[in-house]
Design a protein around this ligand. Sequence first.
Ligand SMILES: [Mg+2]
Length: 288
Amino acid sequence: MTTSTPAELRASLGGIRALVLDADGVLQLRGQALPGAVAAVAALRTRRIPFRVATNISAVHRETLAARFARIGLDIPPEQIVTALSATADHVRRAHPGAPVFVITRPDGLREFGDHPLLSAAEADADGAAAAAVVIGDGERDLSFENMDRAFRLVRRGAALVAMHRNPWWYTPNGVTIDSGAFVAALEYATGVRAILTGKPGPLMFRAAVAGLAADVAAAGGRRLTRREVAMVGDDPGADLGGARRAGLRGVLVLTGKTAVAEVGALRAAGRVGAVAATVEDVVAALD
Ligand SMILES: [Mg+2]
């Protein structure tokens, strides 16, 4: 048996009052909605079960992501999305208030930083240029040799190294594609500095998602939400489920993304996954 039985799934989700949903491999893949995703989001709304989408996508602003979701039938406004990028911008504002940072992400994603000072490429190239932090996100073609070299020199001069995530690869319309985590590893290797992780599996995104859910519950007049009453639904045993477990949340693996059915037995044996569902719709159906 690979997926949990309906009874096992229901038992493992007993007392769950809110969900955190990963995006890629749970709700969508390669720009298409995944089986059960549209129905699951609709059911969460109808049943008034609070949820947040927590994704390591870190190239675009949450408004752009919400518009993309809407085009494939997923009704998820920006306020219900936490990205590695939004969590990073929060971290930078808290840890380095008013201090210039050098960020590698796509231009749309830079909007998450609002009016926080950002170092341009030309400023980073100036003699003795310094930054409070270097932030590596899904820069795609902006993860160029020139930008990596700028990042390398700024970290050598004392900038903190911040990684939106460490994902080695992901799915794009082109198929499996190298992800920015591989570039973070390269900078760590070159500088000897370990990056601060703002995306999953780090705790910041889970904390942000739970804080948002707790506010929803409080606004609806419900009793205080605890972390154990929140379940993460993800397709990645490490980034989603490992991170959720360390942050005090429960977790469910779904098989619509990067984990193949054939891998489930070994993951179970290693204690890395518990409840396993075919789709996110099955998870929502198993909630009391
Ligand atoms: Mg995923």
